[in-house]
Design a protein around this ligand. Structure first.
Ligand SMILES: [Cu+2]
Length: 52
């Protein structure tokens, strides 16, 4: 397991890609990030309507 922190200055969707060779299927280690306004995040984090 690995963790990292992203700081995004605007809302939107981005695609990320694993930046170091981590083993088999490294080529398939894309991920997506959805940045939302703080209030929308709080609603999601507290179980409000709308899944991630
Ligand atoms: Cu990788």
């Amino acid at each position: 397991m690995n963790t990292f922190t992203l700081t995004l200055d605007r809302t939107g969707r981005w695609r990320g890609r694993c930046a170091e060779f981590c083993g088999q299927r490294h080529y398939a280690m894309d991920f997506h990030v959805k940045a939302v306004p703080p209030r929308q995040y709080d609603r999601w984090a507290h179980g409000g309507a709308g899944a991630a």
